[in-house]
Ligand binder design. Structure first.
Ligand code: C2E
Ligand code: MG
Ligand code: MG
Length: 767
């Protein structure tokens, strides 16, 4: 009945818990059981001795001695067994001890112990029964020695409760009721006490086993963390002296641990100020990156740490982790480098140039020392690429990059924006003079010939420059201004440097206005042609006219073609304007008798139009004009962009019977390379060259050789810009076939030109 009062649910839970308990719990149970085994065995033997002594004389002696000896032997064996299990069956490799075996051991010992008292009980005197009952109750309380395995304690206590109750119920001579009650009370109380202690002990064991397994896992994880090479652990005391550091870190620092332990961590890590500061703040920190000079060169480490605060709230130091992030850092640096560098030249790329300019501009704004940005565009680079191929083009770009770096030196940053465009950021542009000198030096250096695979290549460079923050207060603004200056430099004949100015901006704005005016002028038919006569050098007779485009703007007045034609070319208006010229020139030519020819100028922008031969053919057809009555004048500039395409178009024009003249010979690029392409029937020597011949003897020789060369290619030669009788005679004597110039007539209106033609007819008729 006392057993029935046992908290059944609890004891079941205890047994179940032990069953599914983790192995650390079982280990702790086995160890504690081994430790308590001598106490339990001794309690058994002492109780047996007490029982025997109490009944000495009342019971058969040999039974008492035999029973006591058996208990002593069985308990000794059981004690040794429990002790050996506490050693052998513990840990991962230990063989498990099933719980039924432990419970069986306890039950066997309980039954052995109870066997004699229960057997003798009925025959004993009531006073001896009281003694026997008390000893049984007492030995029941020895279940205390089994608290570590609750199931064993339950088995023990239950056995003795049942044994005692059975003895008392079976006894024919009844013990006084109060004695029986006190014995049962003693056993009942001790049973409840033992089971309470068992529960408590079990929970204690479980908690300590859980903690043990947690700390074991934690230390295994830390070991793994240190050994895997991921990172290292460190700990410092309240004075930042190293208390613990992983061996990997001491290896990285190249110092044995005795030179590290007890020393200040910040000073060991190269006196890192940032680390010193965060340690001083006693606050947790994370991802603190620092550079270390080690025996293996410069390394980068990242550290994290937490302050250690004891239970009384006192600061005891720091504990944390660290890792070597050198590889990550190097990869990052490589990626940043790649993102900022132009692969071909190794120079900063467009993005980086913008950054550098931004930095220079900020400093300039703060320090009042202006900075400068130069935009460079190579002149004549495209033909190099087209003629010699991209590998040689690349080699030229690399050579240019080197020359630029040599010229700029430490005074600025050279970058490549892409293609044949470069930029130079000059952080200190206090002396405008120096910047201008640098630009001039660069122009000269780039113009020096390049020897690439035994081929001599020549190019030039145009430079646009702007100063910050005077010309522009933002990167974009400054870039815009430098670009404008570059555009101006390109337009002004290339190979020169231009600096941004407000006039330049005004010119730019004016160009924009001019563009819209040209558009309007085309619609309003404000353009017309003027005709300048050409005469035979020998007979001075009119042989034809050059049609020159004229624009009389209602507000602007007369706008020279040198002003509006470049704008029309840039803005894509040249095609429409050119078509008008072709039509008008053909109309005029058709109105005049043979052999009067009309020459008209064709812009490089028109030459690249594949439709040009068709347009010309249609105009000829429209006025029923034979092709040989018109001449197209082109300058060498037509070969700058795509010479093969140009030659193809010129060939198709020539096939229409149209004459092709090479205009303005002696200016610009003057290369005789195109003369033998068999597309030209005439060469026109530029007026400036003709007029200078009067002063420069060298020019005469040059003109002479040009004329001879042209003749050898069966080309006729025209001298332009002849203003004086001397010029005329000189040119005639040098072998020029036709002469054009103010001497024989300025560009005339159609009517005046027509009169001249009619006059010629009249003269002829008269003659
Ligand atoms: P260009 O084709 O070389 O034309 C000859 C230029 O020299 C003309 O200037 C003419 O007026 C000028 N000139 C002729 N004789 C003399 C002289 O004795 N002394 C001086 N100082 N100058 C003389 P213009 O009309 O101002 O034309 C300039 C340039 O504009 C032309 O040079 C030509 O390249 C271009 N141009 C004119 N009309 C057209 C056109 O319809 N289409 C294209 N694409 N260009 C044109
Ligand atoms: Mg011309
Ligand atoms: Mg000309």
């Amino acid at each position: 009945m006392i057993a029935a009062r046992l908290p059944d649910g609890d004891s079941l839970a205890l047994a179940k818990d032990a069953d599914k308990a983790s192995s650390p719990l079982k280990d702790v149970q086995l160890i504690s059981r081994g430790q308590l085994a001598p106490f339990f065995a001794a309690a058994n033997v002492v109780a047996a001795l007490l029982f025997s002594a109490a009944l000495w004389g009342s019971a058969q002696t040999h039974l008492l001695i035999g029973w006591t000896a058996l208990i002593a032997m069985v308990n000794f064996i059981a004690m040794r067994w429990a002790q050996s299990q506490a050693v052998k069956c513990v840990g991962r490799s230990g063989r498990a001890v099933p719980q039924w075996m432990m419970v069986g051991d306890v039950l066997a010992r309980a039954l052995l112990w109870l066997s004699l008292p229960v057997y003798l009980f009925d025959g004993l005197q009531p006073s001896d029964q009281v003694v026997a009952g008390s000893v049984i109750a007492g030995i029941g309380a020895a279940g205390l020695g089994l608290v570590v395995v609750p199931a064993c304690a339950i088995a023990w206590m239950t056995s003795f409760t049942v044994g005692l109750c059975a003895s008392l119920l079976l006894a024919r001579t009844s013990i006084p009721f109060q004695h029986m009650l006190s014995i049962l009370f003693t056993l009942g109380m001790s049973t409840v006490g033992v089971l309470t202690v068992a529960r408590w002990a079990f929970n204690q064991l479980k908690t300590s086993a859980d903690m043990g397994s947690q700390s074991e896992s934690a230390s295994l994880l830390l070991q793994e963390y240190e050994q895997r090479g991921v990172g290292w652990l460190w700990q410092v005391d309240a004075e930042n002296r190293v208390v613990y550091i992983s061996s990997r870190m001491s290896a990285l620092l190249g110092k044995p641990s005795n030179q590290i332990l007890g020393h200040s961590l910040p000073s060991l890590l190269g006196g890192n100020a940032e680390l010193g500061r965060v340690l001083l703040e006693k606050q947790p920190f994370n991802s603190l990156e620092m550079e270390l000079k080690t025996a293996r060169g410069t390394r980068w480490v990242s550290m994290a740490g937490d302050p250690i605060i004891d239970t009384a709230g006192r600061f005891e130091g720091f504990r944390g982790v660290g890792s070597d992030i050198t590889d990550v850092r190097q990869t990052q640096e490589r990626l940043t480098h790649l993102a900022n560098v132009d692969v071909l030249s190794g120079l900063p790329n467009r993005g980086r140039v913008r950054q550098l300019l931004g930095e220079a501009l900020r400093t300039a704004t703060v320090s009042n020392v202006p900075c400068a940005i130069m935009f460079l565009d190579l002149d004549g680079f495209k033909p190099v690429n087209d003629t010699f191929g991209h590998p040689k083009g690349d080699a030229v770009l690399q050579a240019v990059a080197k020359r630029l770096c040599d010229e700029v030196g430490p005074n600025g940053h050279v970058g490549r924006l892409g293609g044949d465009e470069f930029a130079i950021v000059i952080p200190d542009a206090q002396s405008r003079n120096k910047v201008e000198q640098l630009a001039d030096r660069i122009i000269m250096a780039v113009a020096e010939p390049y020897m690439i695979d035994q081929i001599e290549i020549r190019i030039g460079v145009s430079i646009g420059c702007a100063f910050g923050p005077i010309d522009g207060a933002t990167v974009d603004d400054l870039i815009l201004k430098a670009d404008l200056a570059l555009y101006e430099a390109k337009g002004a004949g290339r190979g020169i440097a231009r600096y941004f100015s407000s006039e330049l901006q005004f010119e730019q704005e004016d160009r924009v206005r001019l563009e819209s005016d040209i558009r309007q002028a085309i619609d309003l038919k404000q353009f017309h042609l003027a005709f300048q006569p050409l005469v035979n050098a020998k007979t001075k007779k009119l042989v034809g006219f050059e049609a020159l485009l004229r624009w009389n703007h209602p507000q602007r007045g007369f706008v020279p073609p040198n002003v509006f034609i470049p704008v029309a070319e840039e803005t894509g208006l040249m095609a429409a304007l050119g078509e008008f010229v072709i039509d008008e020139a053909c109309r005029a030519a058709a109105s005049w008798p043979e052999p009067i020819t009309v020459a008209l100028n064709i812009s490089p922008k028109q030459i690249i139009l594949p439709a040009l031969p068709n347009i010309v053919a249609q105009a000829l057809a429209r006025y029923r004009l034979p092709g040989n009555r018109i001449e197209l004048e082109v300058t060498e500039g037509v070969f700058l962009d795509d010479s093969n395409r140009t030659l193809d178009v010129l060939g198709r024009l020539r096939a229409l019977g149209v004459g092709i003249a090479l205009d303005d010979f002696g200016t610009g690029y003057s290369s005789i390379g195109y003369l033998n392409k068999a597309v030209f029937h005439k060469l026109k020597i530029d007026g400036s060259f003709v007029r200078e011949a009067g002063n420069k003897a060298g020019n005469v020789a040059i003109i002479q050789s040009i004329v001879q060369l042209a003749k050898s290619f069966r080309m006729s030669v025209t001298a332009e810009g002849v203003e004086t009788a001397e010029d005329f005679e000189r040119m005639r004597d040098l072998g020029c076939d036709t002469i054009q110039g103010y001497l024989f007539g300025k560009p005339l209106s159609y009517d005046r030109a027509n009169q001249m033609v009619l006059g010629l007819g009249a003269k002829r008729m008269a003659g």
